[in-house]
Design a protein around this ligand. Structure first.
Ligand SMILES: [Zn+2]
Length: 493
């Protein structure tokens, strides 16, 4: 399973003829579902990855967003962050909190494989903890991610007490390779550059360093760990993630025994570059051409190590909105909210709280009504009403798929209210750059290509849900459709 973080279908299609490497190979020889979507309203990284691995909605797997709130018996709220697990620590680090799938409430393809055959190996590698962990499922599989605070790949004590030898060895050479990555230069051929926006826009990056070449330390600072943080927002992160996945492939002999193994790779650079510069930026085009080369390297390694006995799926966890200013320049409706918008919204919610705080249902009604009066909110519902309106209201239906009992999510989730912003609206947390997370198609529609053994090349039109990915791969290797899987498997030939 290959997941490219924040790779919307629009972006994939816009540059489809520009990929000479692995993405081009998948387009030419794969089975592409051209209308594939995540079918939940809160299109964040954690829900997307968990849906791909488990075949279920956030309402079932519980990863409603990257961040939610839980309430204790005394009524006090606390933050819960997807995979962050303060009861654990990272390997080789005495104080850094670890991560685990403790809050993932559904099992995934890797878990089903090991339940059938304990010899099956499940390996998951990513630039981000949540991506690596949620693609692997609930079990203590082989899971590594790049940890910027450590400047290397690591795992948590949920999985192992110390890193495997092949990871230690990989990390030993990593420092030197990183030293060569202090410049990110433009490598887009002239004939392609005009298909992206002009290099500089005031909303890009830190608002100052908006053009190539991007360089450290000019764009970072000298604090300890700043270089790894800067580096992990460049395309170089995917090069190392791919390299470690290729090392895992050979070191763990994946695909060579009589058992079915699963290798998951989530490539994070596209998300970091997209947030900073936008999907239509020259930076993103440069990144995607490098991504194409990395996917090519992975395919070549699979050919070499496994031969014709592998099946690969490529998809994404969510898309993204173009930056509001880029849309506005074309006359399209879009909005970047300011701190003042945020203060005004919170003041108004405060008035409702003072007036109706003692009556939760009345309060939810009042807050939903106040929210609907905002020009930048498309819809707002008391959660108690969502199920009733969902059949005729597609936004409500999508939001319902993103609710899990006891996990309060969104602007007003702690008061039992869900809101959907108007399209291409960015919250005040985003003074520059751009974001995702909405129920609209630009955030929900993603690439979906199957490739390799058991797959006949084709372009398949018509609705396809990312919830079908795990059941499809399960069926391909003779596993029964897992309990809880709500979407039917795809036909691959
Ligand atoms: Zn993401």
């Amino acid at each position: 399973m290959v997941v490219v973080d924040q790779f919307g279908a629009d972006l994939f299609e816009h540059y489809a003829d520009a990929f000479p490497g692995g993405l081009g190979r998948l387009l030419a020889g794969g089975r592409r579902f051209s209308d594939a979507t995540h079918d939940h309203g809160i299109t964040e990284t954690s829900p997307g990855h968990a849906t791909v691995s488990t075949g279920t909605a956030p309402a079932e797997h519980g990863m409603v967003s990257n961040l939610w709130f839980t309430r204790d018996e005394r009524g006090a709220w606390s933050r819960a962050e997807n995979v962050i697990d303060p009861t654990l620590r990272m390997t080789g680090a005495e104080t850094l909190a670890g991560s685990s799938p403790a809050m993932l409430m559904a099992s995934g393809l890797g878990d089903w494989l090991v339940a059938r055959d304990p010899e099956s190996r499940v390996v998951s590698i990513s630039g981000k903890d949540r991506a690596a962990i949620l693609l692997a499922g609930q079990g203590a599989h082989t899971v590594y991610w790049f940890e910027p605070q450590l400047g290397r790949f690591a795992t948590s004590t949920f999985y192992r007490e110390s890193d495997a030898d092949w990871v230690v060895e990989f990390n030993e050479g990593l420092g030197e390779r990183l030293e060569g990555d202090r410049n990110w230069n433009l490598e887009v051929p002239d004939r392609l550059a005009s298909r992206a926006r002009a290099d500089s826009a005031a909303f890009e990056g830190d608002g100052i360093h908006t053009t190539f070449p991007h360089q450290f330390p000019a764009e970072g600072d000298t604090a300890a760990g700043a270089f790894a943080a800067w580096w992990s927002a460049t395309p170089y992160l995917d090069r190392e993630t791919t390299s470690l996945a290729i090392v895992a492939l050979s070191e763990m002999n994946l695909g060579r025994g009589s058992s079915v193994d699963l290798l998951s790779v989530s490539l994070s650079a596209t998300d970091r570059v997209g947030h900073a510069y936008g999907p239509d930026s020259l930076e993103q085009l440069d990144n995607l051409l490098r991504l194409d080369a990395q996917v090519g390297r992975l395919l070549e390694a699979l050919d070499r190590e496994v031969g014709g006995r592998y099946t690969l799926v490529l998809t994404s966890d969510h898309g993204v909105s173009r930056a509001p200013e880029a849309l506005q320049a074309e006359g399209a409706a879009a909005r970047r909210l300011t701190q003042e918008d945020g203060s005004r919204f919170n003041e108004r919610a405060g008035e409702d709280l003072r007036a109706y705080g003692s009556d939760p249902e009345r309060l939810a009604q009042a807050l939903a009504e106040s929210a609907r009066a905002e020009a930048w909110i498309a819809s707002a519902w008391p959660e108690s009403e969502l199920a009733g309106v969902a059949p005729g209201d597609s936004l409500a239906a999508l939001m319902l798929e993103s609710l899990y009992p006891g996990r309060a999510v969104g602007l007003l989730g702690r008061y039992g209210v869900q809101v959907a912003l108007t399209p291409h609206t960015l919250l005040w947390a985003w003074p520059r750059g751009t974001d995702h997370g909405s129920p609209y198609l630009y955030d929900r529609r993603v690439p979906l290509v199957f490739y390799g053994a058991g797959v006949a090349p084709a372009v398949v039109a018509g609705r396809a849900s990312t919830r079908s990915i795990a059941p499809t791969l399960a069926g391909l290797v003779g596993l029964a459709t897992p309990p809880g899987a709500s979407a039917p498997p795809f036909v691959l030939r």
